[in-house]
Design a binder for this molecule. Structure first.
Ligand code: SAH
Ligand code: SF4
Ligand code: F3S
Length: 470
């Protein structure tokens, strides 16, 4: 049994990052034959992509995907720790698993992901939910075959979570959710330590992948018919900073663009490391999509300082304007936290002011959630929840107004859309995204799936648009 420790997770040393290659052990290739699995994923794109790796490993072991949790022989929750409500959802799900295991005790169930890296969570699991069969963390996803094998042969819970700074595992297989667009990790972990955020503790130190490995993966995806890649990292702009090479995010973006893959995206961009060179490269290559997610968090310099974000309202706006001027037609979205400890009405007004200036295409907005072990969780927070809820409501009204305004500009225009799926809501229509990341439902024959087509926008709403092939 190996459990996580907060104090270990906080550490950053100069130890070298090891790069290993994944290989499925021969003797474990059949342990899932005749059995089914169900993976439930919470959280960010990083977790979505981890689940794609997990599913592929399970299939290499002989498991088949079940269409519901109720029918599966193996259940795995890939969890997120970013806010309290993410936690609550997972504990609710563990309750459901308990009922399923009462009916079918042979079910094997486990927890992985960011919550598994939390000392408090693992202690709670050992204390109250030890009917689960296994727990592993974000640093040893590649050990799933061995961990699962052990869990299948013992009666008590198998816990294997490292609190290390993390290594890099290459050559993990992936069962991708889409045949047309793919996530590509370019870096793992985060060293920014924003005071509210748990990610540096759950994902370890910043580790950039070698650019050769990234380019090879992108070329491979392109050769296999993929139209779009999204380069993933908590801080993609800081790519390469840990490698001490004369090679940064702008170089990587340029090389990825030059592979000729039709669409290149990246998330998330911290305003801190966003260089002019990067903006120029984004403006220069038509296959780098004119869409940037640029988290603001707060518009108040005082709060930004308490958050440890290392930019000011002024420098953020300067960057924002530079991007708007250099990248024609760019859409910019953001993340905002309200109710950070000590946020006053004045501070909140500063946030609204930035929103009124930037008129974002859309935004994810959150009420501050104290995360155990982070500095902000210890800060004095005397704003009543009702005030925070009211601020969130005001903010959302404004965000929605500008989102609709941004969409209205598309009415009657013809824009490129990568048709990805059959629309869930609109009968028989296909759905996809514009280069600027707007969701469009399109009247189109199903043989257009996987193609980038010109679409004339016929109707717009706040969060989606309708269109027809031009
Ligand atoms: N690496 C990204 C953020 C990833 S987390 C970045 O730096 O931009 C996604 C978003 O969750 C953050 O941008 C932030 O707005 C929100 N978030 C993170 N921790 C939070 C907390 N403790 N409470 C509320 N929102 C939080
Ligand atoms: Fe969290 Fe800040 Fe790192 Fe983003 S940059 S993952 S908000 S610590
Ligand atoms: Fe959540 Fe972990 Fe992503 S905390 S947001 S799943 S990095």
């Amino acid at each position: 049994m190996l459990t996580p420790h907060l104090n270990e997770a906080k550490k950053r040393t100069k130890s070298l990052v090891k790069i290993e290659n994944f290989k499925m052990p021969e003797e474990l290739k059949k342990i899932g034959l005749g059995k089914t699995y169900y993976v439930k994923t919470y959280g960010c794109q990083m977790n979505v992509h981890d689940s794609e790796n997990i599913k592929a490993m399970l299939e290499e072991m002989g498991f088949n995907e079940a269409d519901s949790m109720e029918k599966a022989d193996l259940i795995l929750l890939n969890t997120c720790a970013i806010r309290e409500n993410a936690h609550n959802k997972v504990f609710g799900m563990i309750g459901r698993i308990k009922h399923l295991k009462e009916e079918r005790p042979e079910i094997i169930a486990g927890v992985c992901g960011c919550m598994a890296q939390e000392e408090v969570v693992v202690n709670e699991i050992l204390d109250k939910f030890s009917f689960l069969n296994f727990v592993f963390g974000t640093h040893n996803i590649h050990e799933l075959p061995e961990i699962l094998n052990k869990a299948m042969h013992k009666n008590n819970i198998e816990v294997e979570v490292y609190s290390c700074e993390g290594n890099i595992i290459e050559d993990m297989p992936a069962k991708r959710d889409s045949k047309y667009k793919a996530y590509v990790n370019i870096m793992y972990g985060c060293d920014k330590f924003c005071t509210y955020c748990i990610v540096p503790y759950t994902r370890g130190k910043q580790r950039s992948r070698r650019f050769g490995d990234i380019i090879r993966e992108v070329k491979n995806l392109k050769d296999n018919g993929y139209k779009e890649v999204t380069l993933l990292g908590q801080n993609v702009n800081a790519y390469g900073k840990d490698l001490n090479l004369e090679y940064d995010m702008s170089d990587l973006l340029e090389e990825v663009a030059k592979t000729g893959i039709e669409r290149v995206r990246f998330i998330t961009s911290h305003p801190w490391d966003f260089t002019d060179k990067m903006i120029d490269v984004i403006g220069k290559y038509p296959n780098i999509m004119p869409y940037i997610h640029l988290p603001l968090q707060s518009g108040s310099d005082r709060i930004l300082k308490l958050m440890g974000r290392r930019y000011t309202k002024e420098s953020y706006l300067e960057l924002f304007n530079k991007i708007k001027e250099t990248v024609p037609g760019v859409a910019i979205t953001t993340d905002i936290i309200v109710g950070f400890p000590g946020e006053s009405e004045e501070d909140f007004k500063e946030t609204l002011d930035v929103v009124n200036t930037c008129k974002y295409d859309s935004a994810f907005t959150f009420i501050f959630s104290p995360r155990e072990g982070t500095p902000a969780a210890k800060m004095k927070d005397d704003t009543p929840l009702s005030v925070k809820e009211d601020r969130l409501h005001q903010l959302n009204e404004l965000i929605n107004k500008y989102a609709l305004e941004a969409n209205v500009k598309y009415l009657g225009k013809t824009v490129p859309v990568l048709l990805e799926t059959i629309s869930e809501k609109k009968d028989g229509m296909l759905a996809g995204y514009t280069d600027t990341m707007k969701l469009v439902n399109v009247k189109a024959p199903h043989d257009k799936l996987g193609k980038i087509v010109d679409v004339k926008i016929t109707d717009v709403k706040t969060w989606s648009m309708d269109g027809e092939i031009a």
